[in-house]
Design a protein around this ligand. Structure first.
Ligand code: FAD
Length: 450
């Protein structure tokens, strides 16, 4: 027989349970569908990365990947008919849109007595699996992470062996690749399964041991920079967890915890699909927010006059990625210093990040805004100056992204207002006074809390 393997967020050939399931059916047609509902709202950076990753996958498949454009329920049904596949195999999608789409595809296939088979997910443990003692989902990270470790993760799937691929040139002319967006000066990391594995191996050898201390240092590049690879499934977290099991360092433990955060947010979104857009803790919906006017634009362009905030937002624009510590700092600044609602920031991030991911991004923002899952209380306001001094102690990170401050040596770069020629090269003055805005935010919080 013939099966269709419809790739989505699993752009790899190893450790791929859905591929093994498809191969058991017989010949496999590899398919990717450019879905306007997802492609449309993606920013150019994410689109470009996805295209490169697809091209790498296509090369690994000997040029057989069928790329179609259109509404999945219609496209997938038509292709399954064309090749006479009884079953279409996927890795299950856990996001709100993906679940609705897959239900629609399953219904369309069922009309021809065909089946959508969901095997595996992009997570170590499938969202919705981990429940507390009373059978309910967790709402706080630490107990979730304990249950997650106790549950354990499946071992990596067997190697694919000799899959018989069907495809291009065999009756299907699916070469509807979109054009690649022009990214200007922005360079992306190399895409594809092999590049992701190389990056991981390099990190295992050179980065993991010190990861526990280094992960908070944006000036040191001490993190794995694998978020885009995990997002598109070029690597599966199972593979990483199996490698980590052989390591006994603090770094390995910390890295496992970060992978758990990724699973946790996907689990939260699974249980509360509304939390992609709505407040997870509705009590905080009553805060007063400003319209995203000029202050928002200054923030987005990296012109707030607070060096570490501006460096972060310029890193976002020039690299399509931002260090986690700095994501927290810039998010806090938007919400608590500029009083702009988290949703606007989350949208800007999704538009520009190469790893933009609904669950991690929107819950990362809600965490900062105090409306998310964990106890990051609203009243904990990040001070952009002391955060910069602490996590970028020599100022190297700021100087890398803010050329107007390159003449200021050492940590003084975080306080250009105290440096005689701090503004000599056109760096903007502070657009707000942090101490004042902090009080405004806290007063409003006290009002909402009642
Ligand atoms: P590493 O430190 O090497 O971590 C390894 C992996 O663990 C990451 O690749 C990621 O998959 C996962 N991870 C690490 N930290 C987190 C976290 N806090 N939450 C969930 N997963 C985590 N991550 C995204 O993948 N996509 C997003 O759109 C995204 N938006 C964010 C928005 C805000 C406001 C904040 C505070 C965090 C956001 N994160 C997001 C989480 C985190 O910042 C990134 O995953 C991390 O910076 C990616 O770099 P890395 O691969 O070098 O991470």
């Amino acid at each position: 027989g013939t099966a269709v393997l419809w790739f989505r967020r699993d752009l790899r050939l190893h450790d791929h349970p859905a591929l093994l399931a498809a191969a058991r059916d017989g010949e496999v047609l590899p398919l990717f569908v450019v879905d306007p509902a997802l492609w449309g709202p993606s920013g150019d950076v994410r689109r470009a990365y996805l295209l490169r990753s697809l091209r790498a996958l296509d090369a690994d498949l000997g040029g057989r990947l069928v790329v179609e454009h259109g509404e999945p329920a219609e496209v997938v049904r038509r292709l399954a008919q064309r090749v006479g596949a009884r079953r279409v195999h996927v890795s299950a999608d856990a996001g709100p849109y993906g679940r609705r789409r897959d239900d629609a595809v399953a219904t369309a296939l069922a009309e021809d007595r065909r089946e959508l088979v969901r095997t595996g997910t992009p997570y170590a443990i499938g969202p919705g699996t981990i429940l507390n003692g009373s059978g309910r989902p967790f709402q706080v990270f630490t107990p979730f992470s304990r249950a997650w470790s106790e549950h354990g993760w499946p071992a990596p799937a067997d190697p694919p062996g000799d899959v018989r691929w069907l495809g291009e040139g065999e009756g299907v002319d699916g070469r509807h690749w979109p054009a690649e967006p022009d990214l200007g000066d922005l360079t992306l990391p190399e895409a594809g399964e092999e590049a992701a594995h190389d990056r991981w191996q390099e990190f295992l050898e050179h980065g993991l041991a010190d990861y526990g201390e280094e992960r908070d240092r944006p000036d040191h590049d001490g993190t794995s920079q694998l978020s885009h690879a995990l997002k598109w499934g070029e690597l599966h977290p199972r593979t990483l967890l199996a490698d980590l099991r052989r390591q006994r360092s603090d770094g390995a433990r910390t890295y496992r915890t970060e992978l758990c955060w990724r699973d946790f947010y996907a689990d939260v979104l699974w249980n509360r699909p509304d939390s992609a857009r709505e407040y997870y803790k509705p009590q905080l919906a009553g805060l007063r927010y400003a319209d995203p006017g000029e202050a928002f634009t200054a923030w987005a362009q990296g012109r707030t006059g607070y060096p570490v905030v501006d460096a972060g937002m310029r890193q976002l624009r020039s690299v399509g990625w931002v260090h986690n510590r700095v994501r927290m700092i810039v998010a806090s600044f938007l919400v608590k210093d500029l009083h702009v609602e988290w949703r606007h920031g989350a949208r800007e991030f999704m538009h520009r990040l190469r790893d933009g991911d609904l669950a991690s991004n929107n819950h990362g923002w809600q965490w900062v805004a105090g409306s998310g899952t964990d106890a990051s209380p609203f009243f904990r306001v990040f001070n952009p100056v002391t955060q910069g001094q602490r996590f970028d102690p020599q100022g190297d990170y700021v100087r890398r992204y803010v050329p107007e401050l390159r003449h200021v040596p050492g940590r003084a770069v975080h306080t250009p207002w105290d440096v005689a020629d701090g503004y000599a090269h056109g760096y903007p003055e502070r657009i707000v006074d942090h101490a004042h805005e902090r009080r405004v935010a806290l007063d409003d919080y006290a009002r909402v809390k009642g």
